[in-house]
Design a protein around this ligand. Structure first.
Ligand SMILES: *[C@@H]1O[C@H](CO)[C@@H](O)[C@H](O)[C@H]1NC(C)=O
Ligand SMILES: *[C@@H]1O[C@H](CO)[C@@H](O)[C@H](O)[C@H]1NC(C)=O
Ligand SMILES: *[C@@H]1O[C@H](CO)[C@@H](O)[C@H](O)[C@H]1NC(C)=O
Length: 239
């Protein structure tokens, strides 16, 4: 076991020397050679994150992935050793091949900036290394549009007594959430005694038989449809 750790230690120090040389020779092993790759996946689907290897025909000796500049890698695979995967990803992160990892069932929290590094030791035992920035975006599915519909069937005829208050309710659902507007005889309702509360209840206080009787309409509209309902309102005169 000790021998192997020594070997790993040696390779890591070479790797880091390689990185240092790389940066001085204008090849940023952190991904400066390739532009950042943007990957967009839907919530719950699989995200494949590729890392550039210098020579795709030759397996990498080291593949390392970090997220959001974290000090500890989320994935590290060194030569033939079993890959080390951050415990938070243990069931969801898979190695596809020497340069590609896959995050299954992408969550919103998987979005972020990933950085990989690879290392290949060539035949002349030169250490080559390369890397890449990958920006992962996770998009929420677009909700299925639903035209407005009544959550509760509104009444058709409403009777109120003079000087009481009158309340009309139009409970509407839909996606996107519909707006509800109120009209009386086709015109919007301007009078001071009327108010509209959330949940689309129209309230008129101290009703007057001649002024407040009539046809009231609630109209609800969203991007995929519209819905209207007419209330016949009768105000009963006090004897
Ligand atoms: C790794 O897998 C990806 C996706 O399947 C593929 O495009 C790529 O060519 C593979 N690379 C190597 C080195 O096998
Ligand atoms: C990583 O960075 C992205 C973008 O700045 C941010 O939205 C996300 O919450 C970060 N994730 C973690 C786990 O820090
Ligand atoms: C109106 O007043 C009458 C008599 O007071 C009462 O029986 C009736 O329930 C009232 N109607 C409403 C809608 O409040």
């Amino acid at each position: 076991m000790f021998c192997c750790f020594l070997w790993i230690g040696f390779f890591f120090s070479s790797f880091h020397r390689g990185l240092a040389q790389g940066s001085s020779s204008n090849t940023d092993p952190g991904g400066g050679k390739s532009p950042p790759l943007q990957i967009v996946v839907k919530l719950g689907s699989d995200a494949m994150l590729p890392c550039d290897a210098v020579d795709v025909n030759q397996p990498s000796d080291l593949l390392e992935w970090r997220k959001n500049g974290s000090k500890s890698p989320i994935f590290i695979k060194f030569m033939n050793f079993k890959p080390h995967i951050d415990s938070r990803y243990s069931r969801r992160l898979h190695m596809i091949n020497s340069s590609v990892i896959l995050i299954s069932g992408a969550k919103a929290s998987d979005a972020g900036i990933y950085r990989c590094r690879t290392m290949q030791s060539g035949s002349e035992s030169t250490i080559l290394n390369h890397g890449r920035w990958v920006v992962l975006k996770v998009t929420a599915p677009m909700p299925v549009p639903v035209p407005p519909f009544f959550l509760k069937k509104p009444l058709d005829k409403i009777t109120a007594n003079e000087s009481d208050s009158l309340s009309l309710l139009c409970l509407v659902g839909g996606t996107p959430e519909p707006e509800v507007e109120w009209f009386k005889h086709g015109a919007s309702i301007p009078f001071e005694r009327a108010s509209v509360s959330p949940g689309s209840r129209l309230t008129i206080t101290a009703v007057v038989p001649d002024d407040d009787s009539g046809r009231y309409q609630c109209s609800s509209v969203n991007s995929v449809g519209q819905l209207h309902h007419v209330f016949e309102v009768t105000i009963q005169r006090k004897n």
